[in-house]
Design a binder for this molecule. Sequence first.
Ligand code: URA
Length: 209
Amino acid sequence: MKHLTVVEHPLVQHKLTLMREKDTSTASFRKLLREISLLLAYEVTRELPVTTKQIETPLCAMEAPTIEGKKLALVSILRAGNGLLDGILELIPAARVGFVGLYRDEETLEPVQYYFKVPKNLEDRTVIAVDPMLATGNSSVAAIDLLKQAGAKNIIFLCLLASPEGVKRMEEAHPDVPIITASLDEKLNEKGYIVPGLGDAGDRMFGTK
Ligand code: URA
């Protein structure tokens, strides 16, 4: 898989535009995020290994394709990751789910872990880490570090928007982790927001400020 894939599907781009608009309501934002996450889930699972199994249709026996290996692990990077997670789980209901919670230390500006719970046998699963915004890349890199420490070997990072700075940081720290995003935006501003972006993803999906 390429290191960076931008999903340029017209439906994804159309929904993303609606999400970016500042007057889009919390309810619409949430609904659009769910819809877009289904489309991104289709893309992120495109290269999963497939095997076959013997089944019987009402007409005959056949060797039919089925996804190989252990159930996928979806890992939400809290809290905004949960918005992407919900939609993906609708499409992959048997996936195992983990959570990584990180906050930024006000003094060192480094991400600090406050929660970490992931499925067993991570080393045998494809792990899809989800966070809508790849901004500075600090929390994404730290979350992937933790997943690798927990044994994950095959990780894909899924986000809605990425900044060039975040992509570069991920590429340097985790060149083996492909990134799938709906848009590579222009830049980060001085406060670490993605520009043009969509604002604070967590605030917009949960209606907080
Ligand atoms: N996190 C967000 O929610 N928005 C940004 O623009 C950057 C980080």
